[in-house]
Design a protein around this ligand. Structure first.
Ligand code: ATP
Ligand code: DNN
Ligand code: MG
Length: 242
């Protein structure tokens, strides 16, 4: 099993949208792709707008909502906090035990955490601990606007300090008329972080399945992403796992 862990510099930066678009593009290229969003807070996994449902729909996985998201919490908070409000205790081994049952059901998995890389998921683990345990390379989703240099650099440095391999950065939600900060930040971020920017995705006027998929097709350097994941898919036809 190969895959990627999609994290971000914050909550709401577009991890789910980016994951959905990548899943749909890979599925179209005949890759057997699954999705995993183990902890969800603030919305029911069956809700049509939940990360779980969006990821399921775009990847066309046959995994159930429960297989994609074994743990859900009512309040829209860091999962650790949301779980404690329900007097529940989550541990890393709970997630890993579930992952063992799911991970062989697809050849390639796109995994999404919750919020940014150091969000506490359970009593004994942060998002970064889950990434380390799953041994998947990271894709970091960043905002395009002023402030993103600092957030992105901190995320990259923290990932490196944990020994987590980083496939690349994706800047999501660029405005049609980017200001001077949006124009100048990407190159500097790449230089400071020593990690390639794999795409700069526009802010869509309307978020639909088709538009998200075509946004990834047009603006994400999929051959570079796949080569950094060591997946054989440089052609724009079929993607093969080697
Ligand atoms: N490129 C884009 N163009 C337009 N809207 C976008 C774009 N990317 C994300 N959005 C919207 O921004 C909101 C947040 O995106 P998304 O849910 O993907 O963030 P997230 O990082 O997964 O958040 P969370 O931490 O809650 O999982 C959503 O309403 C989504 O539709
Ligand atoms: C509920 C929300 N949409 C996310 N899934 C959880 C974000 C937790 C962020 C915690 C924090 O960094 O302060
Ligand atoms: Mg999300």
């Amino acid at each position: 099993m190969k895959g990627i862990f999609v994290t971000g510099t914050d909550t709401g930066v577009g991890k789910t949208i980016v994951s959905c678009g990548i899943a749909a593009v890979l599925k179209e290229r005949m890759l057997d792709v699954g999705v995993y969003k183990p902890l969800l807070s603030g919305i029911s996994r069956e809700h049509a707008e939940s990360d779980t449902s969006l990821l399921k729909q775009m990847s066309q996985t046959t995994l159930s909502h429960e297989e994609i998201t074994p743990f859900e919490f009512a309040e829209p908070l860091a999962p650790l906090v949301a779980a404690r409000l329900e007097e529940r205790k989550m541990f890393l081994e709970d997630v890993l035990a579930h992952w063992e049952r799911v991970k062989e059901k697809h050849e390639f998995f796109i995994v999404e955490g919750a919020g940014g890389i150091s969000v506490p998921l359970g009593e004994d683990f942060l998002v970064s601990d889950l990434i380390k345990a799953l041994q998947l390379p990271l894709l970091i989703v960043s905002r395009p606007n002023l402030g993103t240099i600092n957030h992105t650099f901190l995320t990259v440095q923290y990932a490196k300090s944990m020994g987590l391999p980083i496939a690349g950065i994706v800047i999501n939600g660029r405005s049609e008329h980017p200001d001077i900060a949006e124009v100048t930040s990407p190159k500097l971020m790449e230089d400071m972080c020593g990690v390639p920017i794999l795409g700069m995705l526009p802010k869509l006027e309307k978020v639909t399945k088709e538009k998200v998929q075509s946004m990834i097709q047009v603006y994400l350097d999929m051959p570079l992403l796949l080569s950094r994941l060591k997946v054989d898919g440089a052609s724009d036809q079929e993607v093969r796992l080697t």
